[in-house]
Design a protein around this ligand. Structure first.
Ligand code: ATP
Ligand code: MG
Length: 330
């Protein structure tokens, strides 16, 4: 997606998603709110003026292809790396003062590291002792992640999915208000992914805000309330998942040359259509009036030849692909 178009279309996307929301999302408090959050490694900007919000009490999916900047953003929020510029508030505390909020945040950022010779229970006991946390919470978190029956087995005998769940249990030990998980479903089979989804829902229903990253929107679409999509460090979409799903009832048009997408977006916007996403040579917009023939006429009057024109429902996966240019790698 060209950056000029991205700015205009993505702002429209953002606005549309907020406008069409059935719930009053704007009134919800935010567990996380960033303002122009930026990270550069040398002169490479990998998180670029990110303005995102994570509504309290919800499951928020933070998605984008490999290299999009998800882990870097989460690391900044957790005070693991410094920001280059911009600001953020996490549970009311400033990102410049992680100690003000970190005790209320649980996280699983890399694959969890455990003592393989100890049981799941034993590992949590060590963590509780190291972090001066209540041991009495151990049975509760083991039950939450569904490991209570295997808690006395050595971790060396756990499957990958069980280790991931033990990692979430460890993150829940301090009874956090915010749980941050970086790709917790990585490497899990479909059953493991489904179990992780159930677990995230349970945690959110118990009152903890969940921010979870994935490189696949599909993985989280059944559990997320709120969706943040980034690519190449920039925000592509932020809004209620239900609003994004509504946008699947839309029309897709394609032009030969990706440079023409900008012009096509302008023509359609002038005709009262709302562009909702754009990718290389393709543009998706909300159908409010007109017919395929009238859309074709508009384009042709502007000197644009359409190579594609589809009306109807497309999958969430297609929309995600368009927003992320088919999952580009930085
Ligand atoms: N310490 C570092 N030094 C230099 N570049 C880095 C560093 N950490 C990350 N990057 C770069 O920042 C970009 C974003 O990486 P990041 O790990 O945040 O992406 P991601 O969205 O988490 O991707 P994935 O889905 O593969 O986990 C990548 O181009 C990566 O190479
Ligand atoms: Mg990552």
């Amino acid at each position: 997606m060209g950056s000029g178009l991205c700015q205009s279309v993505c702002m429209a996307v953002l606005k549309a998603s907020i406008d069409s929301s059935s719930k009053d999302w704007a009134a919800l408090d935010n567990a996380v709110e960033t303002t122009d959050l930026t990270k550069a490694f040398g002169d490479r900007v990998v998180v670029d003026k990110l303005n995102i919000r994570v509504p309290k009490g919800m499951v928020s999916a933070f998605v984008g292809p490999n290299g999009a900047g998800k882990s870097t953003t989460l690391r900044m929020l957790l005070g693991l790396i410094r920001t280059t510029s911009g600001s953020a508030t996490i549970l009311g505390g400033s990102i410049d003062n992680p100690r003000s909020y970190l005790p209320r945040v649980g996280s699983l950022i890399e694959g969890p590291a455990f003592y393989p010779g100890l049981s799941g229970w034993g590992n949590l006991e060590v963590l509780a002792a190291l972090g001066s946390l209540q041991k009495s919470r151990i049975p509760k978190v083991l039950e939450l992640v569904g490991l209570e029956k295997r808690s006395r087995d050595r971790v060396a005998r756990y499957s990958l999915g069980m280790k991931q769940r033990l990692g979430v249990a460890a993150a829940l030990l301090p009874e956090p208000d915010l749980l941050v998980l970086d790709e917790p479903a990585n490497g899990l089979d479909p059953t493991g992914i489904a179990a992780m989804r159930v677990l995230l829902r349970r945690v959110a229903d118990a009152g903890t805000t969940v921010l979870v990253s994935s490189h696949q929107l599909i993985e989280l679409q059944q559990v997320a309330d709120w969706v943040i999509i980034i690519n190449l460090g920039k925000l592509k979409y932020q809004g209620e998942l239900a609003a994004l799903l509504e946008e699947t009832g839309s029309t897709l048009v394609g032009v030969d040359d990706s440079k023409d997408v900008d012009r096509l977006a302008a023509v359609l916007r002038d005709a009262g259509y709302q562009p909702v996403a754009a990718g290389a040579g393709r543009l998706r917009f909300r159908v409010t009036h007109g017919t395929p023939a009238s859309i074709n006429r508009l384009a042709s009057e502007a000197g644009l030849t359409l190579t594609e024109l589809h009306s109807g429902h497309s999958s969430l996966e297609d929309i995600y692909f368009e927003m992320t240019d088919g999952g580009s790698i930085a």
